[in-house]
Design a protein around this ligand. Structure first.
Ligand code: MG
Length: 284
């Protein structure tokens, strides 16, 4: 099932997308997406209490979780080819560590598909994109073993982990500032529930800039898979319903090209994941 947050006549609501992706059924008695995630027990489409459908063309989709409760948890270097391109850019050697690189990404409001990404040209000349599968946690997750992780995953969405490479480099090697500028966490178009895929789904992850294919990876290339990540994180802190883990990006980001291909105002960035959809944003 696909759940979306949307705006209709100025009112924010949560709905379920029709199988043909032409309509949205507003859900009744659901305050917001985190409320839905917390209450959802795997009900079927027919069992959900919902209003009459609206054509998708008449609503404005928002990010599925427009205001996440916590910063996003991000995994760096989770695809071998991207780890190698990143090491080349930094002129260092890549060695796989037994533990992933985690960092957090501050987020106020996530832009939706169709919204702009601010270029922040006063701060960065090295604006970059990263198409990522984002895991949405469904239940309170406290020291969960890898084999039980699938009981705690609500679903998936697409995140563009927008990054200012010069700020990433320029602050003591800490990514936080360069990953966290306003508008740097576009998310959408909706959340697809995990039952639509099996455990450890192999999904194509692609990005295009102005129509040019840049990234073309697959989640089967993960160096650290979802059970490993969720289990390890939950061994140290509690994950809550609606928490988001961005699982890293495949090779083909702007800094990976020689010379690099960074983003400029007017560029259109499209992130696409098989079985989920497309997240499209313009740099302003
Ligand atoms: Mg990333």
């Amino acid at each position: 099932m696909k759940f979306a947050t949307f705006l209709f006549h100025g009112r924010e609501a949560v709905g379920v997308i029709s199988p043909d992706e032409q309509q949205i059924y507003p859900l009744t008695g659901v305050p917001d997406m985190i409320g839905l995630i917390s209450a959802y027990r795997g009900e079927s489409f027919d069992a959900l209490s919902k209003d009459l459908p609206l054509p998708l063309t008449e609503v404005k989709l928002l990010a599925p979780i427009p205001h996440p409760r916590h910063d996003l948890i991000c995994v760096g270097m989770n695809y071998l080819e991207h780890a190698l391109e990143s090491a080349r850019f930094k002129r260092i050697e890549f060695k796989k560590s037994p533990n992933p690189l985690y960092f957090s990404k501050r987020v106020g409001r996530c832009p939706a598909t169709g919204e702009d990404i601010p270029a922040h040209t006063d701060l960065t000349q090295e604006l970059d994109y990263e198409a990522e599968l984002a895991v949405v946690i469904g239940k309170r997750c406290d020291r969960v073993s890898p084999q039980d992780v699938w009981d705690y995953v609500f679903g998936y969405t697409i995140l563009n982990d927008v990054s200012a490479r010069d700020l990433q480099r320029g602050h003591g090697g800490q990514y936080y500032f360069g990953k966290s500028l306003d508008g740097f966490a576009p998310m959408g178009p909706w959340i697809v529930t995990a039952d639509e895929f099996g455990p450890n789904p192999h999904l194509a992850v692609r990005s295009r800039v102005n129509g040019e294919l840049r990234q073309n990876g697959n989640t089967r290339e993960f160096l650290y898979d979802i059970p490993f990540l969720v289990s390890q994180l939950s061994s140290g802190f509690v994950l809550e319903p609606g928490d988001i883990i961005a699982t890293g990006t495949p090779s083909g980001v702007g800094m990976g090209f020689q010379p690099p291909k960074f983003l400029s105002p007017g560029d259109v960035v499209e992130c696409e994941i098989e079985g989920i959809g497309k997240l499209v944003n313009t740099i302003r």
